[in-house]
Design a protein around this ligand. Structure first.
Ligand SMILES: Nc1nc2c(c(=O)[nH]1)N[C@H]1C(S)=C(S)[C@@H](COP(=O)(O)O)O[C@H]1N2
Ligand SMILES: [Mo]
Length: 396
């Protein structure tokens, strides 16, 4: 039997030659499933640079997303940086700018110099779920898998910045990684955090993810982790931190990664916001993970429905589940907490009372009283989608 005949015989291989495909549930949703180094097959949106999405079923397997299944997002053509640049004897993190004591560290030197700390936190792309927006918006047409939750281990960013003795006039910390634009005229991927955010206890410079070295595609050997903030700030392969006395206006802070200056980050579909601000914290989201669209369930038989919820660090307080728009909401049970920045499991027992289609919905509220809208809140970049999600199942 030839190799292609063997592939054709394998269940799950959708096409014998070439790449298997998946279909995300929106127009033009066909994508190949592709295997990259250290990864299981992931949904590929672009190859140069790599943009890979986690198949949604993974989120039902546990609260920590395995490194091999974790999504990947890059902006610059020459990324990820070549492994040769990332070798322990080559790699240095430099802290410079408005500091009394410019200083560089290898990863080993960071580990020696500062106490180690860890946090379980969700990394979610600002454009996660963008493909579901109508009217459609430009940018990667992502399903719901541009997010993941991991245990990150490293040193506090604040400790490292303090060691460089920031000057009184410092307003922001800028972060740059080893990936570079192909043409000098293209903007580099540089992100800025206000200095009070950078000096807060939460952000860490992490070398470990779920007990292992960071995968190459997720920032080896060191990345910034900003619990509660969108993934855009979690700079990978970070090798330069520059403290500045201004508000940085580089491309990836302005005009990119900005939201309408409005509490809901929302404008009328098709319109342009008058004023924008940099995107910041994750809003509240929740998903059903144990059932997919079209799953068959038995009328009269109780099943346990489960899923995940998360927010930007307020902490999830309540889960409501509805089996039918006419039946209202019932309160779900929250599972173990891995900390206020982590995925939180929820479950609910549900007995279908009639045959036919049921539109199951889930809605979370955090401790700050923030919840999820019943209608999607549109903005021109397709960021921060957090509409109440639904799954249609068939009771027979
Ligand atoms: N060096 C570097 N870091 C980066 C980016 C990038 O393009 N280059 N993209 C950011 C964006 S927008 C996201 S959503 C996260 C994704 O993290 P991941 O690829 O580990 O999932 O990385 C961030 N860090
Ligand atoms: Mo992102």
């Amino acid at each position: 039997m030839g190799a292609s005949a063997a592939a054709a015989a394998k269940p799950g291989a959708l096409i014998a030659e070439g790449e298997p495909m998946v279909t995300l549930p929106f127009e033009n949703g066909d994508r190949p499933l592709v295997q990259y180094p250290q990864k299981r097959p992931l949904i590929r949106h672009t190859s140069r640079p790599p943009q890979l999405e986690t198949p949604f079923e993974v989120f039902n397997d546990g609260l920590l997303t395995p490194n091999a299944a974790f999504f990947v997002r890059y902006h610059l053509t020459v990324s990820p940086p070549s492994p040769a640049l990332l070798e322990p004897d080559k790699y240095l993190l430099e802290i410079k700018g408005s500091v009394g004591k410019p200083i560089s560290y290898s990863v080993a030197a960071l580990q020696q110099a500062f106490p180690t700390t860890e946090v379980v936190a969700v990394n979610q792309c600002s454009g996660n779920s963008r493909g579901f927006f109508t009217p459609r918006v430009p940018g990667g047409q992502l399903g719901n898998g541009a997010m993941g939750c991991a245990r990150w281990r490293g040193v506090r960013l604040a400790d490292v910045l303090q060691a460089a003795e920031p000057k009184a006039e410092v307003r922001q910390a800028l972060f740059n990684g080893l990936d570079r634009p192909l043409l000098p005229a293209s903007p580099d991927f540089i992100k800025a955090l206000d200095i009070d955010v950078a000096l807060a206890p939460e952000p860490i410079l992490a070398w470990e993810m779920n007990g292992e070295a960071l995968p190459w595609l997720n920032g080896y050997p060191l990345r910034l982790v900003v619990p509660g903030y969108y993934g855009t700030y979690w700079v990978k392969h970070v090798n330069e931190i520059t403290l500045v006395d201004q508000s940085y206006q580089g491309f990836y802070m302005n005009p990119a990664y900005r939201i309408p200056d409005d509490p809901c980050a929302h404008v009328e579909p098709g319109t342009t916001p008058k004023k924008t601000v940099p995107i910041q914290r994750l809003n509240v989201r929740s998903f059903i993970t144990s059932l997919g669209n079209g799953t068959k369930v038995k009328m009269g038989e109780t099943i346990r429905v489960r899923g995940i919820a998360f927010d930007g660090g307020g902490g999830i307080e309540e889960i409501l589940f509805s089996p039918d728009p006419r039946q209202g909401w019932q309160v779900g049970r929250l599972g173990e907490s891995l900390g206020k920045f982590a995925f939180r499991e929820w479950t609910v027992d549900w007995t279908p009372k009639r045959t036919g289609l049921h539109e199951l919905r889930v809605k979370a509220t955090n401790r700050l009283g923030e919840s999820q809208p019943l209608e999607p809140l549109w903005n021109p970049a397709g960021y921060m989608r957090n509409v109440v999600e639904s799954v249609s199942v068939l009771a027979v």
